[in-house]
Design a protein around this ligand. Structure first.
Ligand SMILES: Nc1ncnc2c1ncn2[C@@H]1O[C@H](COP(=O)(O)OP(=O)(O)OP(=O)(O)O)[C@@H](O)[C@H]1O
Ligand SMILES: [Mg+2]
Length: 251
């Protein structure tokens, strides 16, 4: 059964229509890579899923619960509850500079848990997540003491700490030097191996092909093509997908 169901999602900024009738579903434990050229609406789609933007129309359902049905959610408490279904890892890490790696991971969880007697368990879980990211020895380091790849892995641990149903990535490696990209992709690959449900916006075509179960190609705010990752990347059916992939192959 689909864990995430997106139906007929639309989003405009003023007169500009940015998402046009976006529909797709994602099974629990599966991952989908979203590819497409600049301005095609990938970030806007992730921001709508994470309730950082209000769509204009459509439906978003997670685990059978309708989170968005076409009516704008304005109540702050309701928004926070809906956002908890999703985790989002940005291109630019966005760690709090004044907090250590472990504090960055646990902060949001502690804010939701007023009973301080539970904080030791939250710290233990935070450490475990950092360990999974290969950062056990960096828990007490501040962001400026970490490489970009390490900071991004802390950001992934932070997103996982709130146990989202769906973990979203927006070009998680595009701000990194090539030698640091591999360590972040390796962590995302291991999350896929552990059947984390993920929506990954990426420009890494080989990664999308090898790690994601499915690929969605977006252009001009519409889904042009979607299907099993290897089929879409190796044997695209649509001319627009072929042209996009050919540009990447040349780069
Ligand atoms: N807050 C906003 N106000 C007005 N227009 C916006 C806003 N955010 C995005 N857009 C427009 O929506 C379109 C899609 O932008 P979006 O950032 O979703 O593209 P993208 O596929 O993520 O591109 P990139 O690969 O460069 O990150 C663009 O034309 C952009 O200018
Ligand atoms: Mg973007």
């Amino acid at each position: 059964m689909a864990l995430l169901e997106v139906e007929h999602l639309n989003k405009s900024f003023g007169a500009t229509s940015v998402l046009k009738d976006i529909s797709f579903s994602l099974d629990e434990g599966h991952s989908v890579a979203i590819i497409g050229s600049s301005g095609s609406g990938k970030t806007t789609l992730l921001r709508c899923l994470n309730f950082l933007e209000t769509p204009g129309a459509g439906r978003i359902t997670v685990a059978g619960e309708t989170l968005y049905d076409g009516t704008a959610v304005t109540d702050e408490h309701a928004l926070r509850q809906k956002r908890l279904h999703f985790g989002l890892v940005f291109q630019s890490f966005n760690l709090f500079p004044q907090y250590t790696a472990l504090e960055n991971v646990t902060l949001a969880v502690k804010l939701r848990e007023p009973s301080k007697s539970k904080w030791a368990a939250i710290d233990a879980h935070g450490l475990e997540l950092l360990e999974r990211m290969g950062l056990a020895d960096r828990a007490g380091h501040y962001p400026h003491q970490l490489s970009g790849g390490q900071q991004q892995r802390v950001a992934i641990a932070r997103a996982l700490a709130l146990s989202p149903d769906v973990l979203c990535f927006d070009e998680p490696t595009s701000a990194l030097d090539p030698e640091l990209t591999g360590e972040v992709l390796k962590v995302i690959r291991s999350l896929a191996d552990q059947h984390t449900t993920m929506v990954i916006v990426t420009h890494e075509m080989a990664f999308a092909r090898d790690v994601a179960d499915e690929v969605i190609f977006m252009d001009g705010g519409v889904i042009v093509e979607k299907g099993p990752a290897r089929e879409v990347i190796d044997h695209p059916r649509e001319e627009r997908t072929r042209q996009f992939l050919a540009r990447y192959a040349q780069a």
